[in-house]
Every structure is written in structure tokens, then in C-alpha cells.
Ligand binder design. Structure first.
Ligand SMILES: Nc1ncnc2c1ncn2[C@@H]1O[C@H](COP(=O)(O)OP(=O)(O)OP(=O)(O)O)[C@@H](O)[C@H]1O
Ligand SMILES: [Mg+2]
Length: 433
């Protein structure tokens, strides 16, 4: 629950601090209330993680967290209303410069700004009262404050892939397989282990390509040992050695002494020709890699190869003995195929308007597979009449490639209410994002 509340409260706090909203509320004499709301939200955000933990065992806390969610949604709606009004005022002010008569007329209509102001002020007061009460109760629970960002467990990648779900990448796979086999067969390039980096931005398909290569029959057949390790941000030599031992023997390794670990690694690798995939590497410390390489090389058989996937060119230049394989974005047809596979039924395809809207949305994903899959999942969960709001969302203002994946994730937040939100939340807070 807290995992959903953290971004929700963050969003509400951002709206409460919005300059346009603040200006309007100042003019309406509600600035004190707005600032109180900001302070309360900041206080509540600090204790959410502890509240979440306690809510699992304490029904009163669970009720409190539920009410907080309702209050946050209410505040969110009210602030949206204020922002809308601020934007509307700005637009009509321009219009009214040419037509004062309309201004007078508008004053007495059912949409009277006065009525609107009264009703919005009441709603703001209600939302604030509710949050006030919750903050007062919060103090009775004696929650622990945690101001640091939540620690996220990185999802572990693995070597399995359903090839029928993968669009394109045949050429990439052939190129990488060829490089591996050629260098493995002619391993007289001065390195007893060849290191091939696969680089590209987050979500472009580096892990996917490495999986395709890892599972290729020619590769499986050529190397005596094929091992997949998800490194992520933990570039610890002993941890990686232990993983290699465990994967090669399929047994838990309880060794803790460095010397014992090295001896066991030497026994397990036994100068075999191995392919080691180090997925998702972030370490840019050359010394650490040098230490790791000397261990991996000293037990390697001739023709051994390491594939390393990373978002970082720096990692590629530190680790690679070969130029990195750069993955490109999907082309238009491939993007459509991936989108179509993840969104449409045949019926929808017959609706021209929907197809054209889908193509406009897809165009904004710029061929990034993760963005396409994310948006496809989002649209699948929405009624088709709501697709336009996705297309019209502010998050597309930035170029998705320049701004990274975060805008698409924000979009999912504004529109999703399923467990997918949790996934997107994890991605949003992915420290290396
Ligand atoms: N060609 C493709 N066809 C279908 N799905 C794809 C393709 N490429 C990637 N995907 C999907 O997109 C998502 C992101 O891909 P992947 O994890 O391989 O990206 P990545 O480059 O390794 O990202 P990161 O830098 O975050 O590790 C995954 O769900 C994957 O299944
Ligand atoms: Mg990856």
C-alpha cells in the first residue's frame, strides 16, 4: 500500500507547490491552507514506510493508511480543480482583453467564478480537515521517520527468454554469435578471455539480446560451460565467484574464505572454454574490474568469452577487449508489431480512429521496447475511449529518449490503478534510472 502512496503523496505535494496553484490560492486567501497542506504531506511522507510495515499487523494503522489514501485522492482532485481554474483564468484573461461584455455576462452564469470559488474553497477545507485529523492520529502511532528514498531490491535477470515474444533482433543476434565464435576460435588477439560489451540505453533490449545469444544452440554447443550472472549494482568479486561456483555445480556454496573460494573456482572452471554473461554492470571502477578479470582469466580455458551488458559506455571501455555492440531502437514496423501484440484484439484493428490514435501514441515511444510494452500494457487496461487522455498527457512534452523512461512511467502512474503501478514505481525509483 505504501508503495502506491509514496508516489501519490509526492504527486499531490508537487501540485500543492505548483506556482500557478499557489498564485490562485494566494489571490483567494487560501495560501495558508495550501502551505499547511504542503507541511502535512511532507510529514506524512517521512513515516509512510513504517506505517506500511505496521499496517500489516495493526488493523488501526491499516485503517489509517486507507483513510490517508482517500484523503490524498481528494486533495489531488481539489488541486487539479485549482490548476484547471488557474489555467482557465489565464486563457480567458487574454480573451477578455478583447471582450469585456463577455466577462460581465460570464459572471452571472451557472459557471460563475464566485460559486466555483466557494465550492472549491469548501472542498479544499474538507480535504485539509481530513488530513489534519490523520496527522493528529499519526502522532499516536509513534511511527519511525525514514527520510531516505526507499531501498528497492533490483529484479534479478535470468537467461530464459520466450523467443516467440521477441520482435526483430535476428541480425543483432547473428552478429553477436558470429563475433563470439570467431574470437573464440581465433583466440590469439593477446587476451586469453575476450570481453564483448553490449551497450544501449535502459529498456532498449540489452538483456534480451544477451538471453537470445546465451540460448543459441551454436553457442551452447561451442562452449563447455555457459553461465549467466545478473551483476546489477553489486560488483563484489567474492559474490560473483560464489555465483559462478553455484551455477556451475548447481549447489549452494558456503565457502567464506577468499582462498577457499579461489581454489573452488579453479576446480569448477578447470580451464574449460566458458561463456560468462555479466548482465547489467554498473561498476566504473577500473581497479575492481582488473582484480575480477585476473581471477576470471587465470582459470579460463582457451577461447573463453565474457559478454557484459551495460547502459554505460564507460563500463564498456573499461571492460571490453572488443568494440561494444550497440543496440538500435526498433524500427516503425517492429514497433507496431510489438505494440499490436501487446494491446489489440482483431476487433480494435478494424476501428480506424483507434489505429490512428495508437500509431500517434506509438510514435512517441520512439522505438524503445520497454516504453512500447509499458504503454501497450497501460492501454490494454483502459477503455478505448480513454486512449485519447494518454495521447494528450503532459508527460510526452519531453522527448522520451532525451528524458529517459521516466515520463512513460509517470504516465502509467497518472492512468494505472493495477499492480502494474507497483512495477512502474520500482522502475521509477531504480537508483541507476
Ligand atoms: N525486441 C524485443 N521484442 C520484444 N520485447 C522486447 C524486445 N526488446 C526488449 N523487449 C522487452 O522490453 C523490456 C526491456 O528489455 P531489456 O530488459 O532487455 O532492456 P535492457 O536494455 O536490458 O534494460 P536495462 O538497461 O534496464 O537493463 C523487457 O520486458 C523485454 O522483454
Ligand atoms: Mg538489462
Amino acid at each position: 500500500m505504501a508503495s502506491l502512496l509514496i508516489p501519490l503523496l509526492g504527486r499531490v505535494a508537487a501540485k500543492a507547490g505548483d506556482a500557478l496553484v499557489a498564485e490562485l490560492l494566494r489571490a483567494w486567501g487560501l495560501d495558508k491552507a495550501r502551505r499547511k497542506l504542503e507541511r502535512h504531506l511532507a510529514a506524512v511522507q517521512c513515516i509512510l514506510l513504517d506505517a506500511d510495515a505496521k499496517s500489516r499487523t495493526n488493523p488501526a494503522v491499516s485503517r489509517w493508511v486507507k483513510d490517508l489514501k482517500t484523503a490524498a485522492y481528494q486533495a489531488d482532485d481539489v488541486l487539479d480543480g485549482f490548476r484547471y481554474e488557474a489555467l482557465r483564468r489565464r486563457a480567458t484573461a487574454q480573451f477578455h482583453r478583447c471582450s469585456t461584455a463577455r466577462k460581465v455576462l460570464g459572471y452571472f452564469t451557472a459557471d460563475s467564478p464566485l460559486l466555483f470559488r466557494l465550492s472549491m474553497s469548501r472542498k479544499m477545507k474538507d480535504a485539509l480537515e481530513m488530513i489534519d485529523e490523520l496527522v493528529a492520529e499519526m502522532n499516536n502511532f509513534h511511527f519511525l521517520q525514514r527520510t531516505e528514498a526507499p531501498t528497492i531490491v533490483h529484479p534479478q535477470t535470468h537467461s530464459c527468454v520466450d523467443e516467440s515474444e521477441i520482435i526483430g533482433r535476428q541480425d543483432d543476434k547473428e552478429q553477436v554469435v558470429k563475433i563470439l565464435l570467431d574470437h573464440s576460435n581465433n583466440s590469439n588477439d593477446g587476451h586469453n578471455v575476450t570481453v564483448l560489451p553490449i551497450v544501449g540505453m535502459g529498456g532498449i533490449g540489452k538483456t534480451t539480446l544477451a538471453q537470445l545469444v546465451h540460448n543459441d544452440q551454436r553457442v551452447m554447443h561451442h562452449f563447455e560451460l555457459v553461465i549467466w550472472i545478473c551483476v546489477s549494482d553489486k560488483f563484489a568479486i567474492e559474490g560473483i565467484i560464489r555465483s559462478i561456483i553455484e551455477l556451475a555445480t548447481l549447489k549452494k556454496c558456503g565457502l567464506t574464505q577468499t582462498e577457499a573460494l579461489h581454489k573452488e573456482l579453479s576446480r569448477v572452471l578447470g580451464k574449460k572454454r566458458y561463456l560468462l554473461v555479466l548482465d547489467d554492470v554498473w561498476n566504473e571502477d577500473r581497479q575492481k574490474w582488473d582484480d575480477m578479470r585476473s581471477v576470471l582469466c587465470s582459470h579460463a580455458g582457451l577461447g573463453s568469452v565474457i559478454i557484459v551488458t551495460s547502459r554505460s559506455e564507460q563500463v564498456a571501455s573499461i571492460m571490453g577487449t572488443l568494440p561494444p555492440h550497440q543496440i538500435s531502437l526498433l524500427n516503425e514496423d517492429q514497433s507496431w508489431e510489438l505494440f499490436h501484440k501487446n494491446t489489440f484484439g482483431r476487433e480494435a484493428e478494424k476501428q480506424e480512429e483507434l489505429v490512428s490514435m495508437a500509431k500517434s501514441i506509438l510514435h512517441k515511444c520512439k522505438g524503445l521496447p520497454l516504453a512500447i510494452k509499458t504503454i501497450a500494457a497501460l492501454l490494454r487496461s483502459k477503455h478505448q475511449s480513454q486512449w485519447f487522455s494518454v495521447l494528450d498527457s503532459d508527460v510526452w512534452k519531453n522527448d522520451i529518449l532525451a528524458a529517459g523512461i521516466v515520463p512513460a512511467l509517470q504516465l502509467s502512474y497518472d492512468h494505472l490503478s493495477s499492480e502494474a503501478k507497483v512495477c512502474f514505481f520500482l522502475l521509477c525509483y531504480f537508483p541507476q534510472g
